[in-house]
Design a protein around this ligand. Structure first.
Ligand SMILES: [Zn+2]
Length: 229
């Protein structure tokens, strides 16, 4: 077994390497608060809460960190990915404030169905496609891409049986062409919760899910928000 000797305020102690690893991981997951420990060899960074008036440029100059590094560490592909209230990590900064800054995860979306994309976002055959189409190949179950409140449950021309979920911060997701809807208007749904059964209602050429992510009422490319797979 491997033991490491580390110095604590109580003198020298032996800590099992696993415990040490756990500690390091916790410190990484936690935030700048931990930096106040004198001996902690931390260079992890500071959680900055993104404000309405913030821009990447302003934050970068405030903390003297390059924009590139902030983008890399936070998976920011576009300034539109920044939402007021979300926490972004500023690597290598030991800026401490007295306020408790619990990390709040940024709004994360998951794939609403398991199939593959049969039609992408953007101009398709001369027409604008506001979402992505996901096939029924790996099951017809549709889940909420993020938690939120069901804002619309019903029929929309072209879209067939539709659900729209409001996630706050200006974000909505839309699920179209369903055969069955399992959740009601005003209902709160958790991320990953089953919300519909894939169908071909509305203007649809076959069973599939048409999925949109909208930001402030405008469709955005869902692939910017979904993990690659
Ligand atoms: Zn579509």
């Amino acid at each position: 077994m491997i033991f490491l000797r580390i110095k604590t305020t109580f003198g020298f102690k032996y800590i099992h390497i696993r415990a040490l690893l756990l500690m390091v991981i916790s410190l990484l997951i936690l935030n700048g608060c931990s930096v106040s420990q004198k001996e902690a060899p931390l260079k992890i960074g500071f959680w900055h809460t993104f404000k309405q008036e913030d821009t990447l440029e302003k934050i970068a100059s405030k903390y003297s960190v390059s924009i590139n590094i902030i983008q890399k560490k936070n998976d920011i592909y576009d300034s539109e990915d920044l939402v007021p209230g979300m926490k972004i990590i500023i690597p290598g900064v030991r800026h401490i404030t007295k306020s408790s800054h619990k990390p709040v995860l940024r709004l994360q979306f998951i794939w609403p169905a398991k199939g593959v994309i049969s039609s992408g976002y953007g101009i398709r055959h001369g027409r604008k496609h506001d979402g992505i189409d996901i096939t029924k190949d790996n099951g017809r179950k549709i889940v909420a891409s993020a938690s939120g409140i069901v804002e619309f449950n019903g029929w929309k021309k072209g879209y067939g049986k539709v659900l729209i979920i409001n996630h706050g911060n200006g974000f909505r997701t839309l699920y179209a062409h369903n055969q069955t809807l399992y959740v009601n208007k005003k209902q709160y749904v958790n991320q990953g919760q089953k919300i519909a059964y894939m169908g071909s209602t509305g203007k649809s050429s076959g069973i599939h899910l048409h999925f949109e992510i909208q930001k402030n009422g405008k469709p955005v490319n869902p692939l910017r928000y979904l993990q690659a797979r």
